[in-house]
Design a protein around this ligand. Structure first.
Ligand SMILES: *Cc1c(COP(=O)(O)O)cnc(C)c1O
Length: 485
């Protein structure tokens, strides 16, 4: 594929993409409007191009991208489910899209009611007593929850509670958020069956335990059957139990973190509630708490007055304070609300049932061709291993690269860390049996190719603009500015 010029390289002085109408108000020099220290000394080096060139450039870039609207995207733990377009329509209603955070509350009652209903829906779905919609992502929600846990222990004078326990299958954000919130993490090994080792947990808890962070079903897609006992062990030691509900696709309408004994939970609306994973753009990771953590909840949350009107309440007394400007990413909240209303309680349960059914169908059909370290009924996702292909010189990475040639986004690979040559598949509930079958057949074909013609996999992909990149280098030493003059 021909290398594309950068938009800066397309620039020719004097070209403009559009023209503003003649100004019809008195002209005021910019120096009178903006203090001198904020004024540029020289012109901004913006590209000068025609409108058609801008459109072609970005349309071309967008076509090089891969999204769930392009094809199947079984990225385990990330839940790339289809985002229904009605969510987008509703988020664009002027009454939602054109309001301003400084508007008087009485002029945005509909928006407040939406947030109030969403708070209640999410509390009901998770079995929690109250919810904040503020945090902007899952990891942000984790940090918010952990800061509340910290405030809780500190208020009780238990300053020695500095440790957060995580299982070795935990999502990388869990230990990261714990560190950022000022805790030390203690990792406990999972048992051979992939579940929490209760003896290891008993050995790890103590007077220094602040919390256990857990996701259930866990990151291997397995349900922690002894979850009630796990929560009890931590509570008896004086710690709290944090539910990483980033991906709640297996449990909606079936079980609730609150009923399992968890004290605090975050949800990723971009995973469970079909809001877009915005490529670094706005997201939402609401946090729900039991009453013991209610005093620390960040404001503002929406409350309903006795006269039926809605208002923001800052809840500032012992709150950990705001964690996000204004009221969270409101447009995302609207999409999640639309999703929940579209499905209703019964429908959300069906979503979870189908997510689990799809994952188990794929697991069963792929089991003869790939190693299955935990060969038992899974929840919304499952892990398998590419280790059986090692005798042919093939690794999981080669399988993932080859999938690109068939137009699939590869599954999550090399995560969780406790499974060798890990391949983690999450089909989601929004895919048809035909799509699942096509992908499974492709995986079977690739496993066959690995044995018969390993070179083919080692040099894949063949159809993409770039092939094998230094992914670590790209993440650790990103080049983010344009070096062209
Ligand atoms: C995705 C995910 C997270 C992190 O969520 P972000 O919105 O990416 O910050 C945390 N835990 C689990 C289990 C996840 O799948």
């Amino acid at each position: 594929m021909k290398d594309k010029a950068l938009i800066f390289e397309l620039s020719t002085p004097g070209r403009v993409a559009y023209s503003l109408p003649e100004i019809d108000v008195p002209v005021q020099p910019v120096e009178e409007l903006i203090p001198a220290q904020f004024l540029r000394k020289e012109e901004a080096a913006l590209p000068e191009v025609y409108e058609v060139d801008v459109i072609r450039h970005y349309t071309e870039l967008s076509r090089r991208n891969f999204g769930v609207d392009n094809g199947f995207y079984p990225l385990g733990s990330c839940t790339m489910k289809y985002n229904p377009k009605i969510n987008e329509d509703v988020a664009r209603y002027a009454g939602f899209a054109k309001i301003h955070p400084y508007q008087p509350e009485e002029s945005v009652q509909g928006a407040l009611e939406l947030m109030h209903t969403l708070q209640n829906d999410l509390a009901g779905l998770t079995g929690m007593d109250a919810v904040t919609l503020q945090p902007a992502a899952g990891a942000h929600g984790e940090w918010t929850g952990l800061m509340m846990i910290r405030a809780y222990h500190e208020e009780r004078g238990e300053h020695n509670r500095v440790k957060v326990i995580v299982p070795d299958s935990s999502h990388g954000t869990n230990p990261a958020s714990a560190s950022v919130a000022g805790f030390q993490t203690v990792t406990i090994p999972s048992k051979a069956n992939g579940l929490v080792d209760l003896d290891a947990l008993r050995g790890a808890v103590g007077e220094d335990t602040a919390a256990l962070m857990l996701t259930n079903p866990n990151t291997l897609g397995l349900f922690e059957e002894q979850i009630v006992e796990i929560a009890e062990i931590v509570h008896e030691a004086g710690g709290l139990v944090y539910y990483d509900g980033a991906n709640s696709n297996a449990i909606m309408g079936i079980t609730r973190p609150g009923d399992m004994g968890f004290d605090v939970v975050h949800l990723n609306l971009h995973k469970t509630m079909s809001t877009p994973h915005g490529g670094g753009g706005p997201g939402a990771g609401p946090v729900g708490v039991k009453n013991i953590l209610l005093p620390y909840l960040p404001g503002p949350i929406v409350v309903k007055n006795e006269d039926g009107s809605f208002a923001f309440s800052e809840k500032q007394d012992r709150s950990i304070g705001r964690v996000k400007a204004y009221y969270g990413n409101f447009g995302i909240l609207v999409r999640a609300y639309a999703y929940i209303r579209t499905y209703g309680p019964e429908g959300l349960r069906t979503v979870s049932e189908h997510a689990v059914l799809n994952a188990n169908y794929m697991r069963a059909r792929l089991a003869p061709y790939f190693e299955m370290p935990y060969d038992r009924i899974c929840k919304h996702e499952f892990v398998m291993s590419g280790s059986g292909l090692k005798p042919y010189g093939i690794h999981t990475l080669d399988v993932a690269k080859r999938l690109l040639d068939f137009g699939y986004h590869p599954p999550t690979i090399y995560f969780p860390l406790n499974v060798e040559e890990c391949i983690m598949i999450e089909p989601t509930e929004t895919e048809s049996k035909e799509t699942l079958d096509d992908f499974i057949d492709t995986m079977i074909q690739i496993a066959q190719e690995a044995k018969e013609n390993p070179e083919l996999l080692l040099n894949a992909p063949y159809t993409t603009p770039v092939t094998r990149l230094d992914e670590t280098g790209a993440a650790r030493k990103p080049v983010l500015n344009c070096a062209c003059s």
